[in-house]
Design a protein around this ligand. Structure first.
Ligand code: G6P
Length: 613
């Protein structure tokens, strides 16, 4: 969602801000803008639409002089996407400029109070309340920092704010609560950003602001304050990954690049955690006594990560014999779950900042449950708030629709299951050894699914079905959960109406929608349930569906007698099979999106990090 970047230094700010914003485009946005404090105070350039329009209008920033500035990509919440609602937002009278990520919950009340003070509003945004409140306090006290502090004391909700004041041409203030914000240290210059990708070209040394913390900075100095206003020393961290990881390389889209990065991401996630044939989860203490005392495991997440939770539910329950339940974070947080210290809540999130997932984590902690997070972004809010963390080493994921983060989340689920199953004695030594060798060869098996022959086959299917309006995905057990992910991908990137159903549930409703030419994707990789899924394929075929089936090589011949297209995957250790059936489904969505001319990496209305409820 919204992205923030800020610069104070000696170079021209606008080109740096625009470059930073281009790296934040992936978060999802509908308008963009910058504000530069230079000879012309608080000069604003902003508009609805893509960043490239702003880049063209300002001659890539060259037309906007000044060395202090803030930039923003906006994903509309309060007020439609429009020029006037774009950020930066100026206060009435133009003394204060603000960029904001998050939602001010008490904006309506504050707006009325400010209107009562004779202040005029131009936009429909909640951010304008912040700008006007700072300006109002500033008029009373004459001090920028005090005015921001007083404002922060009044607003509720979530925010990361970058703030400029006309009377402080060399200074910026930034503050955050429940929305991410990092501070970057340069040489005679300093930066703020929503995430490191925006400033990685400029600096690798950063500090992560904690909730309620504020920073006031100039080109050569930065003063950090606790929520109570006392000075704090911030730990400096060094970003180790390469900028190339967040660039497209030779690929047409980030999504394809990230699909291809899966073998490496799996290696990076799995290999350091297998030592001498044993799973080692550093920093995660799950003793046999603790695991035996567990009443239940909840797996909580949003979007694709929720489907990892579904796969985890099947896997953990089967192999560890602990009752497990997958829940969407947006439901979990309000369903009054029965939770206490006897329960473990596993939170899964790529970004580590999804608002509902973070709130679910806090709710679980409030109720006394232990929390364990599976997160990709180091230092993110969820990673910090959980009792313990297992990082997925997928590297930066830029395409809105997740691929490699999903694969690595699943890999962590396997490691965790093995670790717990061994401690509990529910996984035998022989099974453990087969599972470990399956994990060690999994990255190569995924590589094997990314050959030209496979790609060409799936591209042909995608072209053949690209004119369809509806799709149904069917499978059973692990195949059913992977179908959910395949279906979501197709909706997200190819804008195709798509539903996933456990194949056994088909006759309880959705079969009424199957008619001539309906596209059905079936996944039939489980040996035990193969015949049953095949029967379901026959049922939809009998009603005119065009069926594409992802199955094991051993079953290909039999499936070919029923289905219109067959994609085979190599057979691996059964619990790991979803990591392979996933790949053709990702590629199918990708190629369908390309055939249908969709904006693959930035699908309409979607955001990479959903930082509002
Ligand atoms: C958005 C993204 C999805 C992602 C979901 C959860 O909807 O488009 O790809 O699965 O958020 O995000 P998280 O960062 O918590 O995994």
């Amino acid at each position: 969602m919204c992205g923030i970047v800020g610069y104070v230094g000696r170079r021209q700010a606008a080109p740096i801000l625009l470059e930073g914003l281009s790296k934040l485009e992936y978060r999802g946005y509908d308008s963009a803008g910058i504000c530069v404090n230079g000879d012309t105070p608080l000069q604003i350039c902003k508009e609805k639409g893509r960043l490239r329009e702003l880049v063209a209008r300002t001659d890539n920033g060259a037309a906007v002089p000044g060395t202090v500035g803030i930039g923003h990509t906006r994903w509309a919440t309060h007020g439609v996407p429009s020029d006037v609602n774009s950020h930066p937002i100026l206060s009435d009278g133009g003394k204060i400029a603000v960029v904001h990520n998050g939602i001010i919950e008490n904006e309506a009340k504050l707006r009325q109070i400010l209107i009562g003070h004779g202040i005029h509003f131009q936009s429909q945004t909640d951010t304008e309340v912040v700008a006007n409140l700072i300006a109002w306090y500033y008029d009373q006290c004459g001090d920028f920092l005090t005015a921001v502090r007083q404002t922060v004391g009044q607003i509720t909700g979530s925010y990361a704010l970058g703030i400029l004041c006309r009377d402080y041409p060399d200074t910026m203030i930034a503050v955050k609560k429940d929305s991410p914000l990092i501070f970057g240290y340069g040489n005679g210059e300093n930066f703020i950003a929503s995430d490191v990708t925006a400033i990685l070209k400029e600096t690798r040394t950063v500090s992560y602001l904690d909730d309620g913390e504020m920073v006031m900075f100039r080109a050569d100095s930065a003063a950090f304050f606790s929520p109570e206003g006392t000075p704090v020393e911030k730990k400096r961290e060094t970003i180790t990954w390469e900028l190339a990881a967040a660039e497209r390389g030779g690929y047409d889209h980030f999504m394809l690049k990230e699909i291809f990065e899966q073998p490496k991401a799996l290696r990076d996630t799995i290999f350091p955690r297998i030592r001498d044939g044993q799973v080692v989860l550093d920093g995660v203490e799950l003793t046999p006594e603790y695991l035996k005392s567990l009443r239940k495991i909840y797996l909580v997440a949003c979007g694709s990560a929720y489907y990892v939770s579904m796969l985890a539910k099947y896997t953990i329950e089967k192999h560890c014999r602990i009752p497990s339940e997958a829940m969407m974070a947006s439901e979990f947080r309000y369903c009054e779950p029965v939770l206490d210290g006897r329960d473990l809540v596993i939170i899964i999130s790529q970004s580590g900042e999804t608002a509902d997932t973070l709130a679910a984590l806090r709710e679980a902690k409030r109720l006394g449950a232990r929390t364990l997070a599976i997160v990709n972004v180091v230092g993110s809010a969820i990673a910090k708030a959980a009792d313990s963390v297992i990082y997925t080493w997928a590297g930066p994921e830029i395409a809105v629709a997740t691929t490699k983060a999903f694969s690595t989340q699943l890999a962590v689920v396997y490691l965790l299951t093995l670790h717990m199953g061994k401690a509990l004695g529910t996984i035998s030594d022989a099974e453990y050894a087969s599972w470990i060798s399956g994990l060690e060869t999994l990255p190569d098996a995924v590589s094997g699914m990314l050959t030209d022959v496979h790609l060409q086959q799936i591209r042909e299917f995608a072209a053949r079905y690209s004119d369809r309006r509806d799709a149904f995905f069917i499978g059973r057990n692990l195949d059913s959960a992977i179908c959910q992910e395949g279906s979501l991908k197709l909706k997200e990137v190819a804008y195709l109406h798509s539903e996933a159903y456990p194949a056994g549930e088909l006759k309880h409703g959705p079969i009424s929608l199957i008619e001539d030419g309906t596209m059905v994707v079936s996944v039939a990789s489980g040996r035990k349930l193969f015949e049953k899924t095949l029967a379901n394929i026959r049922e939809v075929k009998a009603r005119g569906a065009d069926v594409l089936c992802v199955t094991l090589e051993d079953f290909a011949e039999e499936v070919a007698q029923q289905a219109d297209g067959v994609i085979t995957v190599p057979e691996v250790f059964p619990a790991l099979q979803p990591s392979l059936t996933l790949i053709p489904l990702q590629l199918l969505s990708y190629y369908m999106a390309c055939s249908r001319g969709c904006d693959v990496d930035k699908p309409r209305n979607l955001a990479k990090s959903v930082t509002v409820e």
